[in-house]
Design a protein around this ligand. Sequence first.
Ligand code: ADP
Ligand code: MG
Length: 570
Amino acid sequence: MSSAADLQAALGRIDRKPYGFYKDLRGRSYSLDGFDLCIDHVQGDPFAAPSRVRVDVSPARADLPEFALENSDARRACADFLLRAFRESLRAQSVSAGSGKSGRLEISAPAQEVLERTAVCVSREGAVRVRLTAGLPASGRRILAREAQAMLVRKLPDAVAAVFEHLDDRGLRAHVEVVEDQVALRAQLAPNGLLAFVAQDSVLPRCSGADPRPLSDGLVFQVPDALARELEAPHAGRVRGLGIPRGVTLIVGGGYHGKSTLLQALALGVYDQILGDGREACVTDAAAQTIRAEDGRSTRGVDLRAFICDLPLGRRTDRFDTDDASGSTSQAAAIVEALEAGASALLIDEDTAATNFMIRDARMRALVPAAQEPITPYLDRVRQLWEERGVSSLMVVGGAGDYLDVADCVIQMDAYQPREVTSQARKVVQFLPLGDAAPRPPGPWPTASARIPDPKSFDASRGRRSERVRSVKTRAIEFGREEIDVALLYQLVDPAQARMVGDVLLALSRGLCDGKGSLAQLLDEIDRTIEYEGLEGITEQSFGDRARARRFEIASALNRLRSLQLVAAQ
Ligand code: ADP
Ligand code: MG
């Protein structure tokens, strides 16, 4: 392996030469001050996407405490902590030095969630791998060797030293513990018959729709005794909080009383949050999926019969194809797809649901005979979904009182605080019975046949480019000629997750999809690969801007791929 002096000299030799001479560095490794630097990719010009470099720090140099390496959750939290520390120390080092991105050292930006990422990986042994980008300096298209030397031989080692020599041990411990606590709380949900848990004194509201940090003057969450449960966190000890049971739960209440805010906090409770987030003891079953209406999306071969039959013009609904779903068909498809991917619970907010999918009231039932109405409202299936398939529903319902008939638990949000109103709801149900319009499933839940994606679905090529995959924030994933709209996937929280999903699509196009495996089997295989090989087992090599997306978000993107085709059913 070459030394710092070699790197210094190699850069010196290409001073003032055309930018392309930087390519000489590609694939080389240098042993610097206590770490190895590898230059994995060299940008084509100073304005192109910056070069990708990797820093490998040995266990001895990183000298991470034992508690940070003990299990995969601790290592994920530790990596997240180091990533945040790197961002700080790079900010201090990074200066613009020349054209375009010259001189900039950057690393992926995390938000409130502690996700498994490719930016920083911590091994069991305590080795640390950091992936960053470096804008190799130039003036116009001429290499600026002095600036490059300063960046790679001085500033980068300084940044690494700043992270490891002044590692905030207490901060690291707190970061790891808050993640381990969330993992432990989440693991206690199912054994306690719970779907979710919101700790007393949590702060649920966010600064704004565009800023996920906690609202500074948000009212803290107060849990009434009737809904209070206690769980045990390994570090924080016993935690009192609102326990949301499995089954069918309604969140009711007046407008602007905090219903959606609670549901959104629970939707993100599938992830671990950083200390200080306000929701760091709010956890939800990891397989809960947000469901909403999304008219205009495509669906491919989805069996909608549980909800929709006998469409006009004899359109089949056992394998429903459309390029322009309606509100109700899109929501029905989302539910069937979620079940296919293995969701344990569906989270639905009336604000984003299709009304005619959610309910049909007595007067409408009287006006339009059942035989002329293709839709079985969710109301009629929600209990069956729980009782026969074990899938819970947690719904914000402010306007549709028919749901009181099917609820196991009713929570009212009143001026941002929860109240237990289940027995009152029962009284209302007795007092104002629905009679003939009482919800009931029209028949057994139809068994859907497995959907097997056809390899033809996945074509990453575009024009002369053999493969082109990129993502636009969390709004869209460009795959070949297509742009998959993922803007409405609430639980896709980080652009790095969207990029990971893009990589999965690429892997599918390169042979992971073989025309034999069902969609659910492909998702299993992806999960298995990540379990055995880590995130790097499925993502594009050398990129530090990938984060793990759940199988549900991967499935959701796949299901929105307009070029998706299925192998014909036997
Ligand atoms: P709903 O769904 O019941 O109509 P929302 O959840 O949308 O109400 O909340 C309405 C507004 O109140 C939002 O702007 C939200 O940020 C704010 N809010 C929610 N919870 C709190 C709280 N605990 N303290 C202060 N403001 C809150
Ligand atoms: Mg709302």
